[in-house]
Design a protein around this ligand. Structure first.
Ligand code: TMP
Length: 219
């Protein structure tokens, strides 16, 4: 990659229990092995303010209404984009983010039933100019996800939601892959971990190859 090139922005998404946390180190290593400088971050979070908002969103006892939840997610995101993500990309650093705005479309738009249009307004306002270059979307049946979630000791405010909520989250996530097929790559997370890693590696290797080719063409 040329030294003065912008970094690439890659996000990892999926409903609860799809194995996102286990896959993250694998994705990280694969990207780093291509020789780029990579920063890993997460949402909600990624800044001191964002991490405080994460606590409120996930671990407080507030009965947070859907609109407030969406606004808090985007408040954390505004701070994150402006002070962390955008400066890193501008310096040529690649950014791997554990969840981004597709999660708002899935959880607040789908799960909380605020709808796509409402979330799109916030997206446009907060980071209309910035979209991930690639999104890996892990998708697993609710049975497989529930089996993984049962192994967890503690559940947060959102994880306590019911099956209907998570059905809507999954559906809204899958719709993102239909609406943005070039960017959002659906990965079947039902099989064994090794196979999921293979699928993720295939998608990443493809993207890395394309970006490398584009970079060479610009030289
Ligand atoms: P995580 O630790 O799996 O990233 O959990 C973050 C939780 O926050 C998860 O339940 C999804 C939820 N979330 C939203 O509801 N909207 C968002 O925009 C983001 C980034 C996360």
């Amino acid at each position: 990659m040329m030294a003065d090139e912008r970094g690439r922005f890659i996000t990892l998404e999926g409903a609860e229990g799809v194995g996102k946390t286990s896959l993250l180190p694998f994705v990280r290593e694969l990207i780093e092995s291509s020789g780029v400088e990579l920063m890993c971050t997460r949402e909600p979070g990624g800044t001191p303010l964002g991490e405080d908002l994460r606590e409120v969103l996930l671990n407080s006892d507030h009965a947070i209404v859907g609109k407030a939840e969406a606004l808090l997610m985007f408040a954390a995101r505004a701070q994150h984009v402006e002070t962390v993500i955008e400066p890193a990309l501008a310096e040529g650093v690649w950014v791997l983010c554990d969840r981004f705005t597709d999660a708002s479309f899935a959880y607040q738009g789908g799960g909380r039933e605020l709808g796509v249009a409402q979330v799109a307004v916030l997206e446009q306002w907060v980071h209309g100019y910035l979209q991930p270059d690639l999104t890996l979307l892990l998708d697993a049946s609710r049975e497989a996800s529930l089996a993984r979630m049962r192994r967890r000791r503690e559940v947060d405010r959102i994880e306590r939601e019911d099956e209907l909520f998570f059905g809507r989250v999954r559906q809204a996530y899958r719709q993102r892959a239909v609406d943005y097929p070039d960017r959002v790559k659906l990965i079947d997370a039902n099989p064994a971990f090794e196979q999921v890693c293979e699928s993720a590696a295939a998608v990443l290797t493809d993207a890395l190859g394309d970006w490398e080719a584009q970079s060479v063409l610009r030289q």
